[in-house]
Design a protein around this ligand. Structure first.
Ligand code: DP6
Length: 335
């Protein structure tokens, strides 16, 4: 069988997936809306070989960490089962960004793996079925299959939980200016965070306001209404973190009252964004399960926003933050 290579972009959620109805199937409590990120990609090649007795997984030319290799093989098993085949494969993957820096590598990784493996094994699947399959590998990965701006419909069964494009990448020239304030990896993974969300006394109020939130974000996006869009996505990010911060758990044998994904630099940026807006800069923030602050602004504000970030960085004592700028990007595709 031939070697197939696919590339997928990571995505940034404007309405977040936080909490699962089914952890086995990655069925989310609520729908979500995202944008594919031009600067964060995973490239994966898959080549089946009858002589192999296990999958051989490499990341950037090195043997993959055991946890990662297990997750890949589990996903490959799903694809083998669908195709009724048993051959193992060589799987090479590389990311354009370091892991643990606030970009969901599992999103681009599972989307690229799904597309490459499905083609390498000879299955023919529509986009919707590909999103369902990618979702089983990692929930947010389903949103990296379609291009541009994407909505994942929550659904209550596996076939009804899929992602669709709501607008192509060229619909709206907005940017994600990601400010990576630390490269330390987080203590609580998103997968664990999803489980703990149900411990929060506030998850239900977030859940109940979700249908309206999704409508408002989708409408603002389709109308290119930046002020409305910005207010919605910023309050939405804080609502996800409010649930995380009120999710008690035991970690490393110690009891914690909640998960704090933020660092002091995250907080400095959150405060600064509100000041910058008061001074007329059109910029809002969103935050995933980590300290990286994603600044969202119209593309023509890129220089002004980066200038403001660099000034703040100096005031904070020259922290050497890294900045990654992304435009809306296409969906997963074969190379
Ligand atoms: C905060 O998709 O990484 O980025 O389904 O367990 O793999 P699993 O979780 P994952 O969760 C992403 C959480 C988030 C919000 C989002 O991307 O919607």
């Amino acid at each position: 069988m031939s070697k197939i290579t696919a590339i997928a972009h990571s995505n940034l959620a404007f309405v977040k997936y936080w909490g699962k109805r089914s952890p086995e199937l990655n069925l989310p409590l609520n729908g979500s809306i995202s944008m594919n990120l031009s600067s964060a990609t995973t490239t994966t090649s898959v080549e089946f070989h009858d002589a192999l007795s296990t999958d051989i997984v490499t990341v950037d030319e090195h043997e993959a960490a055991p946890d990662f290799a297990r997750r890949v093989t589990k996903h490959m098993d799903r694809i083998r089962a669908l195709a009724g085949q048993s051959a193992y494969a060589y799987i090479h993957t590389s990311n354009s960004f370091p892991a643990g820096t606030g970009f969901a590598s599992s999103a681009s990784g599972m989307a690229a793996l799904t597309l490459a493996a499905v083609h390498a094994i000879g299955l023919s699947m529509e986009e919707r079925a590909l999103t369902v399959l990618a979702r089983l590998g990692s929930g947010s990965a389903c949103r990296s299959i379609p291009g541009g701006f994407v909505e994942w419909l929550a659904g209550d069964t596996t076939d009804k939980s899929y992602a669709v494009q709501i607008a192509p990448p060229e619909h709206w020239d907005i940017l994600d200016i990601a400010v990576v304030v630390t490269e330390e990896t987080k203590m609580i993974s998103s997968s664990l965070g999803h489980q703990l969300a149900l411990q929060s006394p506030f998850w239900q109020s977030r859940y109940l306001m979700m249908p309206e939130r999704l409508d408002r974000v989708r409408t603002a996006l389709l109308n290119r209404d930046f002020p409305l869009f910005g207010r919605e996505i910023e309050t939405e990010a804080i609502s996800m973190h409010a649930v995380a911060m009120t999710s008690p758990h035991t970690y490393d044998q110690g009891w914690h009252s909640g998960i704090y994904y933020w660092s002091p630099d995250t907080m400095a940026l959150i405060n600064a964004v509100q000041r910058w807006r008061t001074n007329g800069l059109p910029v809002f923030f969103t935050l995933d399960a980590g300290p990286t602050v994603h600044l969202i602004c119209p593309a023509d504000q890129q220089e002004a926003v980066i200038g403001a970030v660099r000034e703040l960085e100096q005031q904070q004592g020259n922290q050497q933050w890294s900045i990654v700028v992304s435009r809306p990007a296409p969906g997963a595709h074969l190379l």
